[in-house]
Ligand binder design. Structure first.
Ligand SMILES: Cc1cc2nc3c(=O)[nH]c(=O)nc-3n(C[C@H](O)[C@H](O)[C@H](O)COP(=O)(O)OP(=O)(O)OC[C@H]3O[C@@H](n4cnc5c(N)ncnc54)[C@H](O)[C@@H]3O)c2cc1C
Length: 458
């Protein structure tokens, strides 16, 4: 007979209790999939809760490809599970052998699920975290809304990989959002065109002066990125002729997709910024406008761009691309000063030199200069403590909503960093369980050492 658990704050309803896990990971995206794999491999009984029907989050459901490089000379900075993901993708032609950062989001869905199920973790799809229940300072249940109603999933510990810090918010820890002006980064709704003659497009790009990244499977073209004046002219003529608008061109970027030579992926349209990028009223209005923009861009490509005369809209991302929303206040917040000074930490669990990358405005500090260091030292690290929310005993937060200031988040949010944060969180959870200690007492140096011993490049 199920007992009833009283949910706090959000739902005020009673949810039947179900399951009993060592750890629950909320959000099966870039960080969450890896966190669940790492925790299950370390021996924890793990449940991963995901609102959609596939893993990958932004990488798959928001169609975000390729993975950005860590930009550290001579190093991948990949965590060991990230390396495994890449190997699996290569084995099924889901990534480009010339540079496996370029992957097919559909292949990624399959690969992540295979690795997750092999790890022994359980996954619950079609289920959204609605709330949390607590006893004192410890979270006890994730209150989840599925098609059949509310349920309360019980666990000893939790990792929030929702991207929006939804579990952290429900647990009552301190949350930040947006930059100094209060605005979040710009959102985007990505889409794909299919039926493309990529060889013709590639020949065209070369004919207008593109010198690199103009051939499948590593093709990349963008408006006003300084690759080709002739390409920019063709696109801006589309605007002058009334086929495209300023918004359509605010971020106009095209990538090929390995294994699918008839399709291309648009990192467009960019839809502007807001003081609450995940407010459904804002996202609904913007996504309605996005469909109109996608329709205009598709029409322009069909009519004007060589290789696209038979193209169709192949997919519109089922998940909105949110670059930045809520972030936790952590035991050690990573700041822009840490990035600019290439700070390293004893408990560093991610190494990267990806730059500050803020979409949607003028918040980037153009005058800021990075420290002068030898090339081999030109990287910064994320400390384990950035995953530990202040004031929580049994909650970690990994991925784009971990403990960063607005500026540092813009550098730390890329996929390779999110995967490494996920793996560190899974490893830390196993240490906390073994030593029966709260997450803030886990020795981050041991997490770093364990990641290295498993083959992570830290
Ligand atoms: C438009 C755009 C372009 C980008 N371009 C690049 C790029 O080219 N290369 C790169 O490396 N990075 C890029 N990024 C950044 C990167 O893709 C993301 O920051 C990163 O993937 C985030 O990973 P995450 O695990 O933190 O969140 P996500 O991958 O977004 O995962 C969050 C998961 O949680 C689930 N979820 C959310 N709320 C709930 C809930 N209440 N209950 C259950 N499940 C929930 C979501 O469905 C999702 O699966 C881009 C981001 C955007 C938005």
């Amino acid at each position: 007979m199920a007992t009833a658990v009283k949910s706090i704050e959000l739902t005020k309803k009673e949810a039947p209790e179900t399951g009993d896990y060592d750890i629950i990971v909320v959000g099966g995206g870039t960080a969450g999939s890896v966190a669940a794999i790492a925790a299950a491999r370390a021996g924890l009984k793990c449940l991963l809760i995901e609102q959609f029907n596939s893993l990958g989050g932004s990488q798959t459901m928001a169609l975000v490809t390729p993975t950005m490089s860590a930009c550290v000379e001579g190093r991948s900075c990949a965590c060991s599970i990230s390396k495994e993901i890449v190997q699996r993708l290569l084995a099924c032609d889901g990534a480009a052998k010339e540079n496996p950062d370029w992957f097919d989001p559909q292949a990624m869905k399959i690969v992540l699920e295979e690795i997750l199920l092999e790890s022994g973790a359980d996954v619950l799809f079609d289920s959204s975290l609605a709330d949390a229940a607590k006893e004192g300072s410890r979270l006890t249940h994730a209150i989840v809304l599925g098609r059949s109603g509310l349920s309360a999933y019980k666990a000893k510990t939790f990792i929030d990989c929702s991207g929006d810090a939804t579990l952290a918010l429900a647990s009552g820890v301190e949350i930040e959002s947006g930059g100094p002006d209060g605005f979040n980064q710009a959102i985007s709704l990505r889409f794909e065109l299919s039926g493309v003659d990529i060889a013709s497009f590639s020949s065209f790009l070369k004919s207008v002066g593109f010198k690199s990244c103009c051939e499948y499977p590593l093709l990349h073209a963008a408006y006003r990125h300084g690759f080709s004046d002739a390409f920019d002219e063709l696109v801006s003529k589309g605007k002058n002729d009334g086929l495209l608008t300023d918004m359509d061109l605010s971020h106009f970027q095209i990538f090929s997709i390995p294994g699918r030579p008839g399709s291309v992926s648009f990192n467009s349209p960019e839809l502007g910024k807001s003081e609450n990028a995940i407010d459904p009223a804002f996202t609904s209005e913007r996504q309605r406008e996005a469909k109109r923009s996608i329709s205009r861009i598709a029409n322009f490509m069909r009519r004007r761009m060589p290789g696209f005369d038979k193209s169709r809209i192949g997919e519109i991302a089922p998940l909105l691309g949110v670059r930045e929303s809520r972030r936790i206040v952590a035991e050690r917040q990573l700041t822009k000063e840490d990035i600019y000074s290439f700070r390293k930490f004893e408990d560093g669990i991610v190494a990267s030199n990806y730059p500050l990358d803020i979409h949607g405005g003028n918040q980037f500090e153009k005058t800021a200069t990075y420290a002068k260091v030898p090339k081999s030292e030109a990287y910064w690290e994320i400390p384990y403590r950035a995953l530990v929310p202040k004031g929580a005993d049994n909650l970690l937060v990994a991925g784009r909503c971990a403990g960063f200031d607005f500026f540092a988040q813009s550098a730390a949010r890329v996929q390779h960093s999110c995967r490494a944060m996920g793996q560190a969180a899974g490893i830390a959870a196993a240490i906390a369980a073994k030593e029966a200690i709260p997450f803030r007492e886990v020795d981050g140096k041991t997490v770093r050492k364990t990641m290295r011993s498993l083959g992570s490049d830290i």
